[in-house]
Design a protein. Sequence first.
Length: 333
Amino acid sequence: MRQKVTLIPGDGIGPEIIAATVRVLEAAGAEIDWETHIIGAQALEKQGTTIPDEALESIKRNRIALKGPLTTPVGKGFTSVNVALRKALDLYANVRPVRALPNVPCRYPELDLVIIRENTEDLYSGLEHVVVPGVVESLKIITEKASLRISKYAFEYARKNKRRKVTAFHKANIMKLSDGLFLECFYRAASEYPEIQAEDKIIDNACMQLVMKPEQFDVIVMENLYGDIVSDLCAGLIGGLGLAPGANIGEQGAVFEAVHGSAPDIAGQGIANPTAILLSAIMMLRHIEKHDIANNIENALIEVYKEGKVRTKDMGGNSKTAEFANAVIEKLS
Ligand code: ATP
């Protein structure tokens, strides 16, 4: 059955890796009708808003989007469009599987864990103000509702995907009220899933453990900011940001995107690694029950890595984004 999907090419390397991914999905016979919408800085320039209504309506109608990275200006300018989109659609669960690919030089080739990041609150609420010149206050918002909802999501994910353990990372020893509430909600949710082991770790120790003994973790659930930072750390464990996919899931829909940003340092050169966004698209295909096509593309991708002949620059090769996509297409069955 044909499926409508909203396509957001994004900024920087976004259009390059999205084009490569769309080509692979079409070659695999995914039967998707793409509705392309521009959001972010380009939309602001042309339409006076970073998220035009028709883009939001398209995602709401289709309930599925594949999205390239969007640039967020640092220290000034408009607030993050990625964050605004997640909030506008209440995409509260950010799911980021961390799994190595064959033949990729990395510290933990056997690693297989999943990060579940709360996506709607915490220090990402954007509530900042100058108290007096030289003193700034940023508000960290943690609610019972969102903490319970993300904890339940993590346990439900573990149950559905036959995972054995969920670990909460927090700093409740220092932020006794905010992280304390998150932790309390985590254990409340855990009580409904007696077959799944529940444990918690203080975030600083947890980061050391992740670097030294990551195989002890299975599903990890975190507030928004910790989840952002730990996701990049975990991408580093399996060979880099070019390989880490993600999904933002809510009741109203799901937006699939790579963990990495718009990589302005390599944009426009056609050398970005499309693997992370392609893996995100594979997650999307499974979400819309196109399992055979997802498996076919995943197997082809794994074959390309196993063979090791076609590699992008971040993986130590010199293949272009488009050449990498061609190699995956050639391996499709
Ligand atoms: P954001 O704040 O939006 O997450 P960022 O500036 O922190 O973005 P990225 O844009 O993710 O970070 O880039 C971090 C580094 O990783 C850069 O050196 C970039 O070139 C590299 N990188 C990111 N994505 C890819 C990719 N798909 N292929 C190759 N290199 C990448």
